[in-house]
Design a protein. Structure first.
Length: 327
């Protein structure tokens, strides 16, 4: 696992495998941002736009959700938090433009102000990171209270096989915290690795408005409320759920490619032939050539199916169980 030194003199590691990650580390999420919604009708307005139950949001929890178009196709997948007087939809920057445009389009009829947040994000992992958070903020978020507000900084606890903490606030404040940390700084792509292996959907620009929420497992990770009122795209989402029409699911695949460092696609064997196995959403490549691939595939695909990377026909890929069950 190679490393380099950044401007602040902190060692920055490149692209390890999941097993090679250090016990504690930090990452700057420069490709991550948020849509900010403020105003007297922020909750009421957003409740009619997204799949999660915004009414259940408090300053001490967060929600996972999706923003759909009128046809029920996803514009974005996000984690929703409160920060002071704002609702923040945390998500990769690449999915913000279309979602922001659609929210603004309908927002003209409500007392809301919708913008892209200027907050920065810092991700921390491990015992030393927890010690730093406790030292700076006196309280560490946990499963019972996963969001902690401290002045202008919000700390979000994300449960999983590798527990993570998001620090959200002004860039100069987070840069100061980063300089004070004694843990190694990892490449931002490691965040993609963790999202993929934890089964949290990453919606790239080319996949916007291509999938209904269940195809990206939002129902399995608590990202859809079937008890709330109407919202944009709800009819399609409900039909998929209650009529059993969804034939796709999001899965995790791993495998190794030699002398290759580009986007990959998967093929499955059918008799003597190979056919497309699904659509790649996101991927992470380690320095050793091991790939972790998040892909949307047919929901009848099994671990017994022979899978390979199209780019190298001699390769093999394995479907790995996600840390939750899907229908």
């Amino acid at each position: 696992m190679s490393s380099s030194t950044n401007e602040s003199g902190k060692a920055t590691y490149s692209s390890p495998t999941l097993e090679q990650l250090p016990e504690s580390f930090v990452m700057k999420l420069t490709d991550f941002s948020a849509i900010s919604i403020a105003g007297d009708e922020q909750e009421k307005y957003l409740q009619g736009q997204v799949t999660c139950d915004v009414a259940s949001l408090t300053e001490h929890n967060f929600l996972t959700g999706g923003h759909c178009d009128a046809k029920g196709k996803l514009l974005s997948v996000f984690r929703l938090i409160q920060q002071q007087q704002h609702l923040l939809l945390l998500q990769p920057t690449q999915s913000i433009d279309k979602s922001l445009t659609e929210l603004k389009k309908f927002g003209v009829f409500a007392k809301v102000e919708i913008t892209q947040s200027n907050n920065s994000l810092l991700a921390c992992v491990g015992k030393k990171s927890i010690e730093f958070i406790k030292q700076k903020f006196n309280k560490v978020p946990d499963e019972l209270s996963p969001v902690v507000q401290c002045d202008d900084t919000t700390i979000v606890y994300i449960a999983g096989n590798i527990r993570r903490y998001l620090l959200i606030g002004h860039n100069e404040t987070l840069e100061k915290y980063l300089a004070e940390m004694t843990v190694p700084q990892m490449n931002e792509s490691v965040w993609t690795l963790l999202e993929i292996t934890e089964g949290f959907p990453i919606l790239p620009e080319h996949a916007v408005q291509q999938y209904v929420p269940q195809m990206l497992n939002l129902d399995a990770i608590g990202g859809i409320s079937f008890n709330k009122g109407c919202y944009l795209g709800q009819e399609t989402v409900a039909r998929m759920q209650y009529l059993g029409k969804n034939k796709k699911t999001m899965s995790l695949f791993t495998g190794t490619l030699i002398d290759f460092n580009e986007e990959v696609s998967l093929e499955k064997q059918l008799g003597d032939n190979w056919r497309n196995a699904g659509d790649t959403l996101s991927y992470y490549r380690s320095d050793s050539g091991k790939y972790y691939v998040q892909a949307v595939v047919a929901n009848d695909l099994t671990t017994d199916t022979n899978i390979r990377f199209k780019q190298q026909p001699s390769s093999t890929a394995s479907m790995i169980a996600l840390p939750y069950t899907t229908q």
